[in-house]
Design a protein around this ligand. Structure first.
Ligand SMILES: [Zn+2]
Length: 538
């Protein structure tokens, strides 16, 4: 059975490869067919600057060093945290060391919070150190270790019954998440389970989740307000588990409690506590959660530029958000986008020190809370946004760029194809293009520019299990970076920026007529600008 499965799997992988390659070839063939006077099949148009960019990107790559300094040396970059500012200052000094002028530009203020240690141990009925951490902006345990029994949200009739039960939480840690019936991701079940057992598991999981959601809604509170009700009733902490549907991986967002810590535990350790509590074993945990409120903190975008020579008032931008969630070190969200843009800037400064247009990079703050740094930049710099030749943003993981959309610009096909024409086939063969495409309404910072009608594009990456395993998780760390793909992306970005900067033609901003929205029956509308939140978490 095992051998069979292994053989089948190997066969599947071998079978997948040619499909992928031919799909990539097909799409690039399609692109050529669509392009008047198109570029040749696999061969890129030869350009000595491009050759030099590729050589510098390959032979003198700084990506590993940058990743180590940022992810390992500084760590997570939550908006308003001291580490975010440390990263801003680090980037400025890096650029300065490469002879590129750089600065931090304040765009707002945020609640300052500095993550400290979280230690969680089960001390009864036996001893085990548990894997868990405070959520972002969680209150601390006030410099002490707090020990208490765990208690489950009860099965109750209604909110009145919940109010009567509520005093039971006094001095206890309350478990507020469903206990997952399995810590094995679906792909593992699909690989090894019988059809019947997989179906049974999924049914059970759906039923458990529904029952748990009902349990919460009967309290009269929701996921946001329940933790506050519990702490007000004397709970010493709120314990949850936000599983990310992969082995050993949780998503870490922000706390709703105001006085006591909110702790996320791994699926495995949460399940252990849950089952022991449910079976009446009265487990106890000890929690030490240190964190500091650091007051209202100025927040920044880091900007760096290589001044244009003949068209200094026109801009080509590189773009990636700099902030992260802080369950890990934000390696793929968006450490990889960050180092891609830094490396591309370094290469460009060396190979193209005197570009025609001004080359500007934006490392944005607070993307995670709603594209705030880039929205603020768009509001504050109409002189740049109105004269933007193109912006290239990367923010969906460590993978090589696999898709570029024209984002609804009528003539995007002409200029993006022109810029891609010199990109070596080894990079271009992986990219599917989509013209004219439709404008992205959000997701990452290019959308802030699109909403202002400026040509902002997304260099969209292959997944590498981004959604489950790294995006906003406690496993988004250095080891997940696929450096060859990031190198591919840094070289691609440098070439696209070079081509856009030196292009004789200014890019057109003509938009497509958006199709009728089937839901409303009205013509689709271009995404409207959204105001930046300039004061957050306060
Ligand atoms: Zn991101």
């Amino acid at each position: 059975m095992k051998t069979m499965t292994n053989l089948i799997n190997k066969g599947r992988i071998r079978y997948m490869a040619p499909i992928f390659v031919s799909a990539a070839l097909l799409s690039s063939t399609w692109g050529i067919a669509q392009r008047p006077g198109g570029f040749g099949g696999g061969q890129a148009i030869k350009d000595p600057i491009v050759d030099a960019i590729v050589k510098e990107g390959k032979d003198n790559s700084q990506l590993e060093k940058l990743a180590h300094e940022l992810m390992d040396g500084i760590g997570p970059r939550l908006v308003g945290s001291p580490k975010m500012k440390q990263a801003n200052d680090w980037a400025v000094s890096k650029y300065t060391s490469w002879g590129i002028s750089a600065k931090n530009e304040q765009w707002g203020e945020w609640r300052g919070w500095d993550r400290g240690i979280t230690h969680v141990d089960m001390v009864l009925p036996w001893v085990k150190s548990l894997e868990g951490m405070q959520l972002a902006w969680s209150p601390s345990t006030g410099g002490k270790t707090v020990t208490g029994e765990t208690i489950l949200l009860p099965e109750i009739a209604d909110s009145l019954a919940f109010q009567q039960w509520l005093p039971n939480v006094k001095g206890k840690f309350v478990l507020i998440s469903v206990a997952q019936p399995t810590g094995r991701p679906d792909y593992n079940w699909d690989e090894f389970g019988t059809k019947e057992s997989v179906e049974k598991m999924k049914k059970e999981r759906t039923a458990l989740t529904q029952a748990w959601n009902n349990r919460i809604s009967k309290t009269g509170f929701n996921a946001r307000t329940l933790p506050v009700a519990l702490e007000n009733a004397g709970a010493v902490g709120v314990v949850m588990s936000n599983w990310s549907n992969g082995f050993g991986v949780n998503k870490i967002f922000s706390a709703n409690t105001k006085k006591v810590p909110t702790i996320d535990l791994s699926l495995e350790d949460y399940g252990l506590l849950f089952r022991l509590t449910e079976s009446g074993k009265k487990p106890q945990i000890s929690v030490r959660a240190d964190s500091k409120e650091t007051g209202t903190t100025p927040v920044f975008n880091t900007l760096a530029e290589i001044k244009g020579t003949t068209k200094p008032n026109e801009y080509v931008m590189l773009s990636a958000h700099f902030d992260s969630w802080d369950g890990a070190t934000g390696a793929t969200d968006n450490g990889t986008g960050t180092i891609t843009m830094m490396e591309a800037m370094r290469i460009l400064k060396k190979i193209l020190p005197n570009p025609k247009r001004t080359i500007l990079v934006g490392h944005w703050g607070s993307e995670e809370q709603g594209l705030n740094g880039s929205r603020a930049f768009v509001e504050d710099h109409p002189e740049i946004v109105n004269n933007l030749q193109a912006l290239f943003n990367q923010d969906n993981g460590t993978g090589r760029v696999a898709n570029i959309s024209g984002q609804g610009f009528l003539h995007s096909y002409e200029y993006i194809s022109r810029w891609l024409s010199t990109v070596p086939a080894e990079i271009r063969q992986h990219i599917t293009t989509n013209f004219p495409g439709s404008p992205g309404g959000g997701g990452s910072d290019f959308a802030s520019f699109l909403a202002a009608g400026a040509p902002g594009f997304s260099l969209s990456s292959l997944g590498w299990s981004y959604g489950n395993y790294t995006w906003h998780t406690n496993r988004d760390t250095y080891d997940k970076i696929v450096f060859d793909d990031v190198r591919n992306n840094a070289i691609l970005t440098a070439i696209l920026v070079y081509m856009a900067s030196e292009d004789d033609q200014k890019t057109s901003r003509d938009k497509i007529v958006l199709p009728i929205n089937p839901r409303t029956g009205k013509p689709g509308e271009w995404p409207a600008p959204v105001k930046a939140t300039r004061k957050g978490g306060l």
